[in-house]
Design a protein around this ligand. Structure first.
Ligand code: FES
Ligand code: FES
Length: 158
């Protein structure tokens, strides 16, 4: 099969890869570009650990074929901060002790980031629903929801 050359913007930087068309965006990011902050969990669209933002929308990169990224903007958790400064959500996760093993956290933060763009003052239930596709085996979610709610900038309802 002929390889394709795919160009996209990754965290503000233009990147180009040559790949067979059937490979996933997750594989290209991790195996070809060394973008190891994008985690591989289930590999079949269930756990959310592989979440990236594609033109600002969260997607499971294990379900996205690499050619779909052509000409688009990909953001990983590493692209959220501003140089040395953490993104407010990253700061909130640290401040609330919302990460334990940390494996789910990059995807969780990216999902939360896109959600808060659309819903700046959500209830706790809305936050819970928003992150329902991002599984965490460690935290029980309470501190994660606390962290996201703190960035939403208001006391959320129960
Ligand atoms: S690794 Fe993609 S959803 Fe689980
Ligand atoms: S912090 Fe371990 S899976 Fe979420």
């Amino acid at each position: 099969m002929t390889d394709l050359v795919i160009a996209f913007t990754l965290n503000g930087r233009l990147r180009e890869v040559r790949t067979p068309a059937h490979r996933t965006l997750l594989d290209v990011l991790r195996d070809d570009l060394g973008v190891l902050e994008v985690k591989e969990g289930c590999g079949e669209g269930v756990c959310g650990t592989c979440t990236v933002l594609l033109d600002g929308e969260p997607v499971s990169s294990c379900l996205v074929l690499a050619p779909r990224a052509a000409g688009r903007r990909i953001t990983t958790v590493r692209g959220l901060g501003d140089g040395d400064a953490l993104h407010p959500l990253q700061e909130a996760f640290v401040a609330h002790g919302a990460a334990q093993c940390g494996f789910c956290i990059p995807g969780m933060i990216l999902t939360a980031c896109a959600f808060l763009e659309e819903h700046p003052a959500p209830s706790r239930d809305e936050i819970r629903q928003a992150i329902a596709g991002n599984l965490c085996r460690c935290t029980g979610y309470t501190k994660i929801i606390d962290a996201i709610a703190s960035v939403a900038g208001r006391k959320t309802r129960g």
